[in-house]
Design a binder for this molecule. Structure first.
Ligand SMILES: NC(=O)CC[C@H](N)C(=O)O
Length: 534
């Protein structure tokens, strides 16, 4: 974005494009397309404001193993902490966040001096990641090295590091910590050093991890100590202030007070071995269907969960039901998926429910399906809102449950944990007693349950009652309920998006599971149907 046709700006834009081009050519990558806005000047009655020229690059690359992920949180059991200055340049504060808080732009900005060296370092790091030698890592960008180091500690409790930056030179500590020279901090096995050396990569071992929430830094000119719990709050404060505007002071404060205390602690079922279900190819697969509407999502995830558990899965769109092409007569398990059916106009799943209520064939197909005793259903998120809206759960209650807007008055997207209650659900009863991680993403996930708790079959609750671990303020802290037969289950969290170890934002360390414990829910569904057939 550039304010062209203003004095000096076109020349600066030319320089920027040329530099990008030369850098891309020496890296051997191309910039296939560009989108520009060249009118970045705003005129007011009393003057003009020119936006600073900005280059924003979005990059995509081939990834051959999505499980080889390096996360930006130091591991208490991992190796030493290393630093590489990818820029190869001196530490310069021009254009940095540090300069900005002093209301300055600065004069000199850091560059990347040697594209060839940058490329070698990048490729060497990829090699180390593929060899499983890197336990944690974070780039250095906005806020400089100190921000990177702190952020590497924020996502855990009782985690800190002792750092010695003497090897980085004896320049001003402010420059060392706040310059935004592109670089990387990572934690790796000592054996990584030989590979770095062999590739001619200049690296510095700068410290070690410890279990106190302090970051201590020293160089030739002094020692400093930073309190991580305090700085985590400083770091979160901006989000808190934005939250105040969106959710109001009460919920914003609740999140601010709790975000660091809702530690994810799991309890996996004792018999869980992490293996993919073994499906007997000689047996026929029971038939399942994924129901979706315009605006649905996660249908592939749900279909995959059902398929891996041994179902023959069919894709059923509302148009199939409305036209009568699909009657669900030979289906035993349906899943209504998540998403934003009809763009949430008039409320989540209201239009979707209308499509069943006001289309005779669709209505008949679903009514018949729920009347049969050999059927199971699961409604996930938008699908939960659908089945609740249609009154299919607690059918005998005069006043039915309702799904309301989250207490925070906004869409909540988090990775949280759930405890499974003793319950009657075909899918989840065997998991009772477990606490598992799960994705949540909804704006209207608050179960409004008008009667006493014992009038409901609550299958699962959020592991913490308070916001944000409970993202919506549900009555009785409810995340999932089932009907009285246990055959029909509705849930706001997305277990179908939490099916593999690599789906989870946080998984117990040291495991290499093919599936997460949630897989059992889908296997239970298949086994129930098979037992019925006998
Ligand atoms: N992930 C979902 O299914 C979201 C459901 C719905 N659109 C909501 O925001 O509440």
């Amino acid at each position: 974005m550039w304010a062209c046709k203003n004095e000096g700006e076109d020349a600066r834009l030319y320089q920027a494009v040329k530099a990008c081009s030369e850098f891309a050519i020496s890296l051997g990558i191309n910039i296939p397309t560009g989108k520009d806005s060249l009118s970045m000047k705003q005129k007011y009655k009393d003057g003009e404001v020119i936006a600073p020229g900005t280059v924003i690059i979005s990059a995509a690359g081939h990834c051959d193993d999505i499980t080889a992920v390096v996360e930006p949180v130091l591991r208490k059991s991992g190796g030493a902490i290393y630093y590489i200055n990818l820029s190869g340049d001196r530490y310069k504060l021009g254009g940095s966040s540090f300069a900005q808080i002093l209301n300055k732009v600065g004069t000199e900005t850091p560059d990347i001096l040697d594209a060839g060296q940058f490329k070698t370092t990048f490729n060497t790091l990829q090699e180390l990641i593929k060899a499983g030698k890197v336990q944690a890592g974070h780039d250095i960008g906005s806020g400089g090295l100190i921000t990177t180091l702190l952020e590497l500690c924020f996502a855990d409790r009782n985690l800190g590091a002792s750092l010695d930056l003497s090897a980085l030179g004896d320049q001003d500590i402010i420059e060392t910590l706040f310059a935004e020279n592109i670089g990387i901090v990572f934690q790796a096995d000592a054996s990584a050093e030989a590979i770095l050396k062999a590739n001619g990569v200049v690296y510095h071992q700068i410290g070690t991890v410890n279990e106190t929430a302090q970051l201590t830094v020293k160089n030739a000119s002094g020692n400093w100590s930073f309190d991580i719990d305090h700085l985590r709050d400083v770091w979160f404060k901006t989000s808190y202030l934005l939250d105040e505007k969106q959710s109001g002071p009460v919920k914003a404060k609740e999140r601010f007070d709790n975000y660091k205390n809702h530690v994810l602690n799991y309890s996996f079922p004792l018999n869980f071995d992490g293996k993919k279900p073994v499906i007997d190819a000689a047996k026929p697969r029971p038939k399942a269907a994924v129901l979706r509407e315009k605006g649905s999502n996660s249908e592939r995830e749900l279909a995959n969960a059902m398929y891996l558990a041994g179902f023959d899965v069919k894709d059923v769109h509302m148009t199939d039901l409305i036209s009568g092409r699909e009657t669900l007569e030979d289906i035993q398990f349906i899943g209504a998926v998540g998403g934003f059916s009809n763009s949430d106009v008039l409320g989540s799943a209201k239009g979707w429910a209308g499509a069943f209520l006001y289309n005779e064939k669709a209505k008949q197909a679903l009514t018949n399906f729920f009347k049969r005793e050999d059927t199971l259903s699961v409604g996930v998120c938008n699908g939960c809102q659908l089945f609740v809206e249609l009154g299919l759960i607690n059918e005998d209650h005069e006043e039915k449950p309702k799904m309301l807007h989250n207490d925070s008055a906004k869409h909540e997207s988090i990775f949280t944990s759930l405890t499974i209650q003793e319950n009657n659900s075909v899918m989840l009863s065997t998991l009772a007693g477990s606490t598992l991680g799960v994705w949540v993403s909804h704006g209207e996930g608050k179960f409004h349950l008008p009667y006493a708790e014992d009038q409901y079959h609550i299958v699962s609750k959020y592991a913490y009652e308070t916001y944000p671990a409970n993202p919506n303020g549900s009555d009785y802290n409810t995340a999932m309920i089932s009907d009285q037969t246990g055959r029909h289950l509705v849930m706001m969290p997305h277990i179908e998006r939490s099916l593999f170890q690599w789906h989870w934002a946080n998984y117990p360390e040291g495991r290499k599971d093919e599936v997460s414990p949630w897989m059992e829910a889908f296997v239970n569904a298949r086994e129930w149907i098979e037992k019925l057939a006998k």
